[in-house]
Ligand binder design. Structure first.
Ligand code: HH2
Length: 287
């Protein structure tokens, strides 16, 4: 299965991609403030590329539970210097392989500006909530991640309820996928994400990871982002800086069950874990 993201095409019949998180924010839940300065952000992106990241996902707005939206101007003020530097860093000559630049925004104005600086992917946690989003992504020929989110980051953890979370998330993303196609996005540009922690309890997150195959059945690559999230803390008692092993466990299971992309703060360890999880999945297929 191919995922076409402008100049970079992923072949998920062969590969699993690791997406490194770069939060250019003062308030993200696990690394807020650490990479807020452009120089620190660029240095961190370089480290992730060297560690084997296939995509760098740059975000200027925290979407942690209870967070407030950040306006387009402020998002762009945070993103621009980093994207300008990344454009050069991500070229195959500099990185020794193609690295895609993803921008985590649900604001079409920010997405449009980022695409004009060469971004390959728009990671939209609202799955085209902004009516202008589809058109600007389609025009650029970029890739898109459509994520499942119930409510808004401000309200999403207020007692989320589902009858069957995996079935409902698949159904909701099937509707989003069809809407994206209708809006002119090429099917091969679209990836889907169940939105771990976005309007879900610990039990919901576990079911979504364990049943990721049901989402794969929609025929598009699946992105899973469990890194350092609250459910890992709830199950292991660990604070965000000690959730590496929990995140690896979740991502290894997700890959084994069919996920194509894992989104992580811990690229080096995740690349090493995926190097085992992916061939394990292959070994099972040949049974
Ligand atoms: N999770 C976060 C942000 N963006 N995008 C996708 N596609 N999938 C995810 O699971 C996802 C996401 C939250 O993590 P983080 O960016 O570290 O935190 P914050 O939103 O506080 O910046």
């Amino acid at each position: 299965m191919l995922w076409r993201c402008r100049g970079v095409t992923f072949d998920f019949d062969r590969d699993v991609a690791v997406m490194g998180v770069l939060n250019v924010t003062p308030d993200s839940f696990s690394d807020g403030g650490r990479f807020f300065e452009p120089a620190a952000a660029i240095e961190h992106a370089r480290r992730m590329i060297t560690a084997g990241a296939d995509l760098i996902d740059v975000g200027a707005e925290s979407t942690r539970p209870g967070s407030k939206p950040v306006g387009a101007e402020e998002q762009w003020r945070r993103l621009e210097p980093v994207l300008r530097a990344l454009e050069a860093e991500s070229k195959p000559a500099a990185a020794s392989r193609a690295v895609a630049v993803s921008v985590d925004t649900s604001n079409a104005e920010v997405a449009d500006r980022a695409l004009s600086l060469g971004a390959h992917v728009i990671n939209d946690v609202t799955a085209l909530g902004d009516p202008a989003m589809a058109e600007c992504i389609a025009r650029a020929g970029a890739g898109v991640v459509l994520m499942h989110l119930r409510g808004t980051p401000a309200t999403m953890q207020d007692d989320p309820e589902y009858e069957d979370v995996a079935r409902e998330v698949v159904e909701a993303l099937a509707v989003k996928l069809e809407a994206a196609r209708q809006a002119g996005l090429a099917p091969e540009s679209i990836a889907l994400d169940p939105g771990i922690g976005f309007g879900k309890t610990t039990r919901h997150n576990l079911e979504l990871i364990a049943r990721v195959r049901e989402l794969c059945a929609l025929g598009r690559p699946v992105v899973v982002g469990a890194s350092r999230k609250r459910f890992i803390g709830e199950l292991s008692g660990a604070p965000p800086e000690q959730r590496l092993e929990g995140g690896l466990a979740a991502h290894v299971i997700a890959v084994y069950e069919g996920a194509s992309v894992v989104r992580t703060h811990d690229v080096d360890a995740t690349v090493r874990a995926v190097a085992i999880a992916r061939p394990l999945r292959e070994a099972r297929r040949r049974e």
